[in-house]
Design a binder for this molecule. Structure first.
Ligand code: NAP
Length: 316
């Protein structure tokens, strides 16, 4: 961590944050990106991204994230690892409190994304890491030739169910309705896949086993009938929650905890912007996150020039 004041501190090194850093770097703003883990955000743990323009055969999420990181660094942004703990106004500046100490900046771009929502049923906590996972790319290979369950019916559940067929003997998707939410092209692929079946109108009531997960108990929401599916792995994809708890009253959140920006990605406090999945928005994709990041960086530059003049600050 550098002493002094940055022009821009970007919170989160996913596609939105890294794009903001590319644009801020190119605008010659002194920029640091802070993330608690390996740069790339959720896309870094996505096996294949098939809908990001420019990659007609798809691109591995890890590769795409790595390229974005390299590009941000090429334009002068620093990427540092720390847990963001809080944010406070200090005169005309923002102070970002982190596990590695405070950072000070003229503008802050919040691009902290989302995290997986938990189901909240008995056994979920006990078997986490012992059969239950929220990341098929990270843990799928542990379930070679074993039956697994995927919970959810959105893009994540369906994409990851298909990915898991590489390893698992069989994949059962458990979905609470009689229709998937996922994009049509993804739905067609899983419904045609002989290694995947869908338990429609079913919810998980508990995860069961001894030391490790062995069975998933289901309830048919139409008939109330209970049944069990053998599964050594369960991958839960029932939606996302925004990573905004560190903001703690600094800026209003919507009812789901998301940040509400204007068209320039500005939040209703000076010098604070948001980009990517952490925003209230219609479509959470890499393609929309990078657009947000570009706009947020441009808006931050305009804010900095308007408030502080053209001279960039020096961190050293
Ligand atoms: P999502 O779209 O919010 O879908 C969550 C799924 O979980 C829904 O099918 C929902 O059922 C189900 N669900 C929610 N709460 C539940 C509960 N308590 N019990 C059982 N089921 C529950 O989440 P996501 O699939 O993680 O996607 C999040 C965002 O990332 C979306 O914007 C998505 O488009 C994007 N994404 C895109 C791609 C891609 O383009 N390839 C890949 C991954 C993610 P209902 O359908 O009944 O509501």
């Amino acid at each position: 961590m550098a002493e002094g004041v940055y022009d821009v501190v970007v919170l989160g090194a996913g596609p939105a944050g890294l794009t903001a850093a590319i644009y801020a770097g190119r605008a010659r703003l002194d920029t640091v990106v802070i993330d608690h883990g390996v740069p790339g955000g959720q896309v870094a743990t996505t096996d294949m991204v098939e809908n990001y323009p420019g990659f007609p055969q798809g691109v591995s999420g890890a590769e795409l994230a790595g390229l974005m990181n390299e590009q941000a660094e090429r334009f002068g942004a620093r990427i540092e690892m720390a847990e963001v703990e809080g944010l406070a106004r200090e005169g005309d500046l923002w102070r970002v409190d982190t596990s590695e100490g405070p950072y000070r900046a003229r503008a802050v771009i919040v691009a902290t994304g989302t995290r997986p929502r938990e189901l909240g049923v008995p056994g979920e906590k006990e078997f986490r890491g012992r059969g239950i996972s929220y990341c098929a790319t990270c843990d799928g290979a542990f379930f070679r030739d074993k039956p697994v369950v995927v919970v959810g019916g959105g893009d994540s559940a369906v994409t990851e169910a298909e990915f898991l067929t590489r390893f698992a003997s069989h994949v059962t998707i458990v979905h609470r309705r009689d229709q998937l939410r996922a994009a049509r092209s993804l739905q067609e692929r899983v419904l045609d896949n002989p290694k995947i079946n869908v338990r429609w109108n079913a919810v998980v009531t508990s995860f069961l086993g001894e030391d490790r997960l062995q069975r998933v108990r289901l309830r048919d929401v139409k008939t109330g009938t209970e049944s069990e599916v053998e599964a050594e792995g369960a991958f839960i994809y029932v939606g996302l929650l925004p990573n905004t708890s560190f903001l703690n009253g600094v800026v209003p959140l919507d009812e789901g905890g998301y940040l509400v920006t204007d068209e320039a990605m500005a939040l209703p406090v000076p010098g604070l912007f948001a980009a990517g999945d952490v925003r209230r928005k219609r479509l959470r994709q890499v393609a929309t996150a990078v657009g947000d990041g570009a706009v947020a960086a441009m808006a931050a530059e305009e804010y900095i020039v308007g408030k502080f003049g053209r001279e960039p600050v020096k961190t050293q």
